[in-house]
Design a protein around this ligand. Structure first.
Ligand code: GLV
Ligand code: MN
Ligand code: MN
Length: 476
């Protein structure tokens, strides 16, 4: 960007962004770089970006779709389950490889990188007015077992590409732009969703609970974190907390994970609010015994108690009177897990959500009443009923909604206002920063399964809207 453009009115600068800019060549050598080599070994692709960004091309907010598609494929190769599924669990070897991969791309995008003690990764493009609070974007790349390659990934790789788009356009941010790679948006390993962003939002209860948290193999949170190179010599997580106002805005790009945009043929979802999620762990205990020898009247079967409660969850959700109330028993474990042994212990994990917090809380209360009732019917003990999280919903910030809508219009992309039924790191970033989210369509709304898919054209549209929104917010 020339000196003259720096003194232009901000609106003109934004308009200019949408028009023609020279793309400079990005040519990178991976000679001797172990991370690049790992990327290549795992993916079978060369990681040099030189081939798809030729010098001297002209474009308007041009997204390098070829590189972006290739990165999505490469990242999906860091998985503990066979393609097309992706499984990438917090602090596993594959998670660590994915982290190196993303840091490498951030480096290639010219960002300065820092990491906090739990492994939230920040890539910063310094603004020319760096005393102002920065503008942040980002998402996660951890993936629940046997899921797909787009959930979260589009918001991390897409954010890096949005920065590249802005750089190629010649744009210079006034406020710094920062990409955040959030640690463990998914609850898979430690049962805590949005672990990194909850801590960034200053959750004292979580910082202290993690001191005693173990995974299903009895590996402590800190042991796991240390194996991935984090939290080396401390177990005080308060250094992760962000002060309110540290960022002037946070915007996340994500696949919709629902069918609306695709069904209605709309390119961009502008999120106005994120539904309120809660999760509950329940344990029942009975006497167990021999599946042949113990007669039916003498049994107190912890497995049947769990089954009764699972059906009660469905009933309470359906009785809420709203289609927006949902409930899922995604985990149901029986002990000892032998065909000829009456279950002596059962463990359920229940997820329930609603856009209306009071209605969601009523469902939680009814689930608790049912759990108590089941103990009487089945003569079992309720050894645990733990509400792991009971989060309030979050509303997007009006000025960010406007920036996202304006960006969509200026790019001639159709958009609609919508709520997010899935939760996101944005839910927690909203506690410390004005927040907004950009959705793009995904095939049949599929998510959390291998069939998850978003077309590169839809992703590119999302990247453009993100780039332009970041540009607007960074000059605001
Ligand atoms: C996020 O993965 C969610 O479960 O909504
Ligand atoms: Mn997810
Ligand atoms: Mn996600």
């Amino acid at each position: 960007m020339t000196l003259a453009t720096l003194y232009m009115p901000k609106s003109l600068l934004i308009v200019l962004l949408i028009f023609v800019f020279t793309i400079s060549a990005i040519s990178v050598s991976n000679d001797g770089d172990p991370v690049a080599k790992t990327m290549e070994d795992f993916s079978g692709y060369p990681t040099s970006e030189s081939e798809s960004c030729s010098s001297g091309s002209l474009s308007s907010l041009s997204v390098d779709t070829q590189s972006l598609q290739r990165q999505i494929e490469e990242l999906s190769s860091f998985s503990d389950s066979p393609a097309p599924s992706v499984t990438r669990i917090l602090y596993s070897k594959k998670d660590v490889l994915a982290r190196s991969y993303i840091k490498k791309l951030m480096q290639l995008a010219g960002l300065s990188i820092r990491e906090d003690v739990v492994g939230n990764i920040f890539g910063k493009w310094e603004g020319f007015n760096s005393e102002l609070a920065g503008v942040a974007t980002g998402s996660h790349v951890d993936a629940i077992p046997y899921s797909g390659k787009y959930d979260g990934v589009v918001g991390v790789l897409g954010a890096i590409e949005a920065i590249n788009v802005l750089r190629r356009s010649g744009f210079r941010p006034e406020r710094s732009l920062e990409i955040i790679f959030f640690t463990s948006e998914e609850p898979t390993r430690f049962g805590i969703s949005c672990l990194g962003s909850r801590l960034l939002a200053g959750s004292e209860p979580l910082a202290s609970a993690l001191k005693n948290t173990v995974d299903s193999h009895n590996i402590s949170f800190f042991e796991a974190a240390r194996s991935a190179g984090y939290a080396q010599d401390q177990d005080d997580l308060t250094s992760v907390f962000l002060k309110k106002g540290f960022y002037s805005a946070f915007v996340e790009l994500h696949i919709e994970q629902g069918p609306i945009l695709e069904e209605e043929g709309i390119s961009i979802g502008v999120v106005t609010a994120i539904a309120a999620p809660a999760s509950i762990k329940v344990d029942f205990e009975g006497n167990g015994g021999h599946a042949g020898a113990v007669l039916m009247p003498q049994r107190n079967d912890a497995g049947l108690a769990a089954a009764e409660l699972a059906l009660a969850v469905e009933q309470h959700v359906l009785e809420s009177g709203s289609i927006d109330t949902v409930g899922t028993v995604g985990i149901l474990d029986l002990h000892p897990g032998a065909i000829n042994s009456i279950p002596s212990k059962s463990h359920l994990e229940i997820d329930t959500r609603d856009i209306d917090e009071t209605r969601r809380n009523n469902v939680i209360e009814k689930i608790h009443q049912s759990a108590v009732k089941v103990t009487k019917n089945r003569k079992v003990q309720l050894s645990e009923f733990k509400i792991v999280n009971q989060d309030p919903p979050a509303a997007s910030d009006e000025s960010i909604i406007k920036a996202m809508e304006d960006a969509s219009k200026e790019l001639n992309l159709t958009h609609k206002l919508m709520i997010s039924r899935a939760y996101h790191d944005s839910l927690f970033m909203a506690r410390v920063s004005p927040m907004g989210m950009i959705f793009i369509p995904c095939y049949k709304g599929y998510s959390h399964k291998p069939e998850e898919f978003a077309s590169i054209e839809d992703i590119a549209n999302g990247v453009k809207v993100l780039a332009l929104t970041l540009a607007k917010l960074s000059l605001g």
